[in-house]
Design a protein around this ligand. Structure first.
Ligand SMILES: [Zn+2]
Length: 307
């Protein structure tokens, strides 16, 4: 009896999920936002049936009636618009990376998109966001439990790819580019198409050259980096992540895993805690780490030395 009830509850949720997906697709196809916040440099403009407009800045609360539509408009904060355009122009015309640009903005005290500091990952995401040329994209990630959207099709999500977080939310994964909904000229551009194109190809060129980043232990990398998220930096106390280090010697390239402080990888040398964690190979063979575990983590040994 309870089995039948559970089954029909499940069916109800599946049907609701499909209807919600259909509604979202229709909204997205018309180039209207469905629940997202505005990318940095934009505000949301709510429009009702009588074309009455209401600007909503990120962080402001506004209970939107169902029938109202949401478009992106340039922010009314000139600092945000100028900063956004500075990022694109600088990356396109100068030899400055994400980290260096983040440092400039942090040094000037310009708040990041969420009010805090700028990080290289934030800047990279901005430079790749097509909303800045007036193109609306939707469905870059699959986040539903039951359905996924491919273009305008609603497909049943493969149960095997859905994992649920400890808080009971299905984990999102990236959708392939051809499955996105892309609508051009939905709102005013903040960056011209030529500059955006230069930036995009520069990012592509650079990312092919160096591909490092956080790694976690997976079957694919032979369960390396078992300590990701478990180790803490001896200097600032934050968690450490696995990353691949590349070294060239005698014409040969050596790659090996090591652990780096997350404060340091995200914020670089000018990070907010002042952590100067820099794994040093010369110190890594020292037998005693003096209580500072940076020594053995930078040596990637899986055996902890006596200390
Ligand atoms: Zn640290």
């Amino acid at each position: 009896m309870s089995g039948i009830k559970a089954e029909s509850n499940h069916q109800f949720l599946v049907n609701m999920s499909r209807n919600v997906s259909r509604g979202l697709i229709n909204t997205a196809m018309s180039g209207y936002l469905c629940g997202q916040s505005a990318p940095y440099g934009f505000d949301r403009m709510l429009v009702d049936e009588n074309a009455h407009k209401q600007r909503v800045r990120n962080g402001e609360k506004f209970a939107k009636p169902r029938s109202w539509r949401v478009k992106l408009v340039p922010s009314d904060d000139p600092v945000k618009v100028r900063t956004l355009q500075w990022l694109f122009e600088t990356y396109a015309t100068q030899d400055m990376g994400y980290r260096a640009m983040a440092d400039v903005l942090n040094a000037k005290g310009i708040p990041g998109p969420r009010g805090g500091r700028w990080f290289d990952s934030t800047i990279r995401a901005i430079l790749l966001n097509q909303n800045y040329v007036g193109t609306f994209t939707w469905g870059k990630r699959r986040e539903g439990k039951y359905h996924r959207v491919s273009g305008t099709d609603i497909l049943v999500r493969d149960g095997a790819e859905v994992s649920v977080s400890p808080r009971g939310k299905p984990n999102a994964i990236d959708n392939p580019r051809e499955a996105w909904i892309v609508v051009e000229n939905t709102h005013e551009a903040l960056v011209d198409a030529a500059t955006f194109g230069v930036v995009a190809s520069k990012i592509e060129r650079r990312s092919r050259k160096n591909s490092t980043g956080y790694r976690t232990h997976t079957k694919k990398n032979g369960d390396a980096y078992l300590f990701t998220g478990l180790l803490h930096c001896g200097q600032c106390g934050r968690v450490m992540h696995g990353a691949t280090s590349t070294r060239r010697k005698d014409g040969k390239t050596y790659k090996y895993p090591r652990y780096i402080c997350s404060t340091f990888t995200r914020g670089g040398i000018n990070n907010e805690t002042g952590c100067r964690h820099a794994p040093s190979r010369s110190r890594s063979n020292s037998a005693s780490c003096g209580g500072n575990c940076e020594t053995w983590t930078s040596n990637l040994t899986q055996q902890r030395p006596e200390c």
